[in-house]
Design a protein around this ligand. Sequence first.
Ligand code: ZN
Length: 153
Amino acid sequence: MSDMSSLYHEVIIDHGKNPRNFGKIEDALELKGLNPLCGDQLTLYVKIDNDRIADVKFNGQGCAISMASSSLMTQAIKGKTLAEAKVLFTAFHDLVMQEQSPEAVEAILGKLMILQGVKVYPSRIKCATLAWHALNAILEGKHGVVSTEKNGD
Ligand code: ZN
């Protein structure tokens, strides 16, 4: 467990300091995600081509957990079909909300399993799920802004 926990901290620090896919995409779908409890604000850019996520980037500012989770998410969903991205969203959500056992979603989430470390910090769960809620809103055809304090979870 302590190995898992130190790996969690390493990944958060690494991706938090040096987020992957950080930036902006012109002519992409975009949506802003806010987590007022922590002050995290990010904008997610998703370029969809033929039912597939051709490119994805994010920018904004937030705590290390929100940055790291966004960074890992963009790596995980790039190149995936919209249906596959939705499966990832659901599995990730269920993992951190403890609605599914880690064993049940491990095969789907792979590297993203590291983020289950956030479960020991309940106040930071919204930091970890922010980018995912923004993604889900885009997949549902929404635009504008989503807030962790408005969507009821
Ligand atoms: Zn945060």
